[in-house]
Design a protein around this ligand. Structure first.
Ligand SMILES: NC(=O)c1ccc[n+]([C@@H]2O[C@H](COP(=O)([O-])OP(=O)(O)OC[C@H]3O[C@@H](n4cnc5c(N)ncnc54)[C@H](O)[C@@H]3O)[C@@H](O)[C@H]2O)c1
Ligand SMILES: O=c1ccn([C@@H]2O[C@H](COP(=O)(O)OP(=O)(O)O[C@H]3OC[C@](O)(CO)[C@H]3O)[C@@H](O)[C@H]2O)c(=O)[nH]1
Length: 386
């Protein structure tokens, strides 16, 4: 760790980071990276700590003095401002961010993504502290191309679908499509952070993740999360594969996504943390434009990869179609296509993703199989016996 320098060759000083939402998927990987590869200290804030348990248990770790866990709900805890004041940088990851909640719990979604984030922005601004705020690629909503006729040649023109931080519009559906409650709340908090920068000099960076996936993402229903819960697509499909049931394709699985390996994405976040002069005042897309698939193609690839890593043959009918109303309920809508433009992050931080979709699925599904296969088998045999 000695002699670490930033992108401009300046020595990197040890800092203290207040990480809110540190116990989640992204937070757990970021904590791991900071503790194992940097000298920085982490004040980890969350209501849960299961995903960072391995980093907190003193017997196993050499970095025990560099991480503190604070079980705090940021909705209503006066300790938050003190922690932000103690830190040089605050990273806010806390959010409700599973699409199944957006249309079924729109109030919780809006409060979590906008109202609960307000004090964090305020405390950073008032105390002159730097903020890295996690937004989402969902702020782009649908592409301009989605509104062109099906056979329009313009649909092939990147100008109509590549998503650029500084020029693309945010296109959401009508209010009754409550899917957009999350995107809209995230957009408003982005605008607030940006305005604090413009009017009050807040030093900020906004991150727009494009479908980061990997180990520890969400939960497997009935194993380490509620049986009726609906996680994001990686965990939904993993659950189906573990239970040897067909993967459910919502509305034909035609939507397109670009998936990035969590470990690649975390490299980008570390560059932002350690290069404030290059990251402050910017909004960054963080994704892998080379890993684009339809959800149907994702299901097919995950089926093949799971077969390889588990040694089990795939089932006869690997996928089934299901309507979005049946799967998510009333008010669901979808982003059609999400390709990040990489110009700004390339220019400011010289960062590029490395891992192919096949490779990232291979390591992630190996983890899912090792972590869950036995527990799922036991849970299924109990259900059959009853
Ligand atoms: N994973 C992705 O691909 C992705 C994509 C777009 C945006 N994001 C954004 O990145 C951030 C982190 O996402 P993630 O995938 O790690 O989600 P996650 O759900 O795994 O992590 C969020 C964490 O925040 C915590 N949290 C929520 N409300 C809290 C509160 N009131 N007080 C304290 N802790 C609270 C949760 O307990 C959880 O551990 C979110 O803001 C999300 O919107 C993620
Ligand atoms: O069993 C399933 C589950 C989902 N789908 C479809 O897959 C697409 C992707 O779904 P998911 O990963 O759950 O979420 P989104 O990409 O739509 O939204 C996320 O993007 C970033 C973030 O902000 C945070 O992670 C979140 O909002 C989608 O088309 C589903 O309908 C499926 O077919 N089967």
């Amino acid at each position: 760790m000695a002699g670490r320098v930033d992108l401009d060759g300046n020595p990197i000083k040890q800092i203290t980071i207040c990480m809110i939402g540190a116990g989640g998927f992204i937070g757990s990987h970021l904590c791991e990276k900071l503790l194992s590869e940097t000298p920085h200290k982490v004040l980890a804030v969350d209501v849960y700590s299961d995903k960072i348990k391995h980093l907190l248990e003193p017997a196993t770790v050499t970095w025990a003095d560099r991480i503190q866990f604070h079980r705090i709900n940021i909705k209503n805890d006066s300790r938050l401002e003190g922690l932000i004041k103690m830190a040089d940088l605050t990273i806010n990851l806390a959010a409700i961010c599973t699409p199944a909640d957006y249309n079924t719990r729109p109030l919780d979604t809006i409060y979590s993504n906008f109202i609960d984030a307000l004090p964090v922005v305020k405390y950073c601004s008032e105390n002159g502290k730097r903020l890295i705020h996690f937004s989402t690629c969902e702020v782009y909503g649908k592409t301009i191309g989605a509104f062109l006729p099906e056979d329009s040649p313009l649909r092939q023109d990147p100008a109509y679908y590549v998503l650029k931080e500084d020029t693309s519009p945010c296109i959401f559906g009508p209010i009754e499509k409550q899917r957009w409650s999350y995107a809209c709340a995230k957009q408003l908090i982005e605008r607030l952070v940006y305005a604090e920068g413009a009017e009050n000099g807040l030093e900020f960076t906004i991150v727009r993740p494009f479908n980061w996936i990997g180990p520890r993402m969400d939960f497997i229903p009935g194993i380490d999360g509620p049986s009726e819960g609906v996680p994001r697509v990686l965990a939904c499909f993993s659950n189906n594969l573990l239970r040897r049931e067909p993967l459910k394709l919502v509305d034909g699985g035609e939507s397109q996504r670009t998936f990035i390996y969590i470990k690649d994405a975390i490299e980008a976040v570390l560059l932002m943390i350690e290069n404030p002069a290059r990251a402050n005042g910017h909004i960054f897309n963080v994704g892998n434009p080379n890993n684009e698939v339809t959800v149907r193609q994702l299901a097919e690839m995950m089926t093949k990869v799971y077969s390889k890593v588990s040694g089990e043959s795939s089932i006869e009918t690997p996928t089934i179609d299901v309507s979005s109303k049946e799967f998510y309920g009333e008010g669901y809508d979808d982003s059609d296509k999400r390709i990040p433009d990489m110009t700004i992050i390339n220019r400011q931080l010289g960062w590029n993703p490395k891992t192919s979709l096949w490779d990232l699925l291979e390591s992630t599904l190996t983890y899912q199989h090792r972590t869950y296969a036995e527990a799922v088998k036991q849970a299924m045999s109990k259900t059959t016996a009853n």
